[in-house]
Structures are given as structure tokens and as C-alpha cells.
Ligand binder design. Structure first.
Ligand SMILES: Nc1ncnc2c1ncn2[C@@H]1O[C@H](COP(=O)(O)OP(=O)(O)OP(=O)(O)O)[C@@H](O)[C@H]1O
Ligand SMILES: [Mg+2]
Length: 158
């Protein structure tokens, strides 16, 4: 069951990110797919802002991962950008297995993990909309927990 959402502005993308940030728990993995400039980092920035109250969220283009924590707000968030990963195995050097267990992971370009993709993850695919400032989001669960997260988003009251 995938769901398709219209994101008519950057604030709509930010609102979706905030909603998911509220529902997410340690161990949750969200893979952000879509072309260059689709809005993956914009989504991650809003998610981390909403979840942890952090306002500086640069793209981890060269470091491949950036870890965010707020001791008062529960699980840390690991923000990955795997675009520059050369081999799928390199994800292990980033400590990704511990992050899968204990953190909330936001992963841009998750397709770079190839066969090392996690067992249960939510795919959030961003597509262009009708205008420069609009996007569409297709949410696809890859596992039971991911399906549950989608229900949080789809439920009218919560
Ligand atoms: N509705 C929208 N949702 C998300 N981003 C939007 C929207 N409207 C405009 N934008 C803008 O589009 C740009 C998206 O850039 P962003 O860096 O997030 O893309 P990306 O998918 O992370 O690209 P890359 O693959 O290079 O990492 C930002 O400048 C953002 O402000
Ligand atoms: Mg990006």
C-alpha cells in the first residue's frame, strides 16, 4: 500500500516531515529517494528541526553522515547522504548497523546500499509537482513497521 501526497509548497513538505518526526521511534529508517534537487535534504532538515530542535542541518554531501542529538528528546537522528558512496560495503564503516538499531535514520540515496538495505524501511519518494515550489511524495512501506508509520501519516486525527 503506497500513498501519494501533494506537497504544494516547501511548508507542506516541512509539515509532512514534522508529522513523521512525531511518529518516529528509535530503529525507524526513512529512505529519501528522488532526483537531485527533489527536496530530500529539505525534508531531512525539517524532520531534524521538528524532532530535535536543531536548526543547522547542512547536507552531509562529503561526510556522508551527520549525527544529531538532543538529550531531552529521545533517540538521535542520523542523516545520511549516500550519493558519493563508492561501494555498498562502505556503509558499514559509517556505523550504520548501530544506527539501524538505536537511532532514527534518514537516508538520502538509499539505493546506494544495494543488497545491504535494511529489512524494514519507509521509502519517501519525492517527485516534481506542477510548479517549481510544489512536489509530490509517494510513501511506500518496505516492512511492517514502515506500514505502521504510513498509517500515522494517513490517519485523519493523528
Ligand atoms: N515543496 C518543496 N519541497 C521540498 N523542497 C522544495 C519545495 N519547494 C521548493 N523546494 C526547494 O527545492 C530545493 C531542494 O533541494 P534539496 O537540497 O533538498 O534537494 P535534494 O533532493 O536533497 O538533492 P540532492 O540529491 O542533491 O541531495 C531546496 O532549495 C528547497 O527549498
Ligand atoms: Mg540532498
Amino acid at each position: 500500500m503506497s500513498i501519494l501526497l501533494a506537497l504544494d509548497s516547501l511548508s507542506a513538505t516541512e509539515a509532512l516531515a514534522a508529522r513523521l518526526a512525531q511518529a518516529a521511534e528509535a530503529g525507524d529508517i526513512i529512505g529519501l529517494t528522488g532526483e537531485l534537487g527533489a527536496g530530500k535534504t529539505a525534508f531531512a532538515r525539517a524532520f531534524i528541526g521538528a524532532r530535535l530542535g536543531v536548526s543547522e542541518v547542512p547536507s552531509p554531501t562529503f561526510t556522508l553522515v551527520q549525527v544529531y542529538e538532543n538529550e531531552n528528546r529521545g533517540a538521535p537522528v542520523w542523516h545520511f547522504d549516500l550519493y558519493r558512496l563508492e561501494k555498498a560495503e562502505e556503509i558499514f564503516e559509517l556505523g550504520i548497523e548501530d544506527a539501524f538499531d538505536d537511532a532514527i535514520c534518514l537516508i538520502e540515496w538509499p539505493e546506494r546500499m544495494a543488497e545491504h538495505a535494511p529489512e524494514d524501511w519507509l521509502e519517501l519518494h519525492l517527485l516534481p509537482g506542477d510548479t517549481d515550489l510544489s512536489r509530490r511524495a509517494a510513501l511506500t512501506p518496505h516492512g511492517a513497521r514502515a506500514a505502521q508509520l504510513i498509517q500515522h501519516i494517513a490517519a485523519p486525527d493523528g
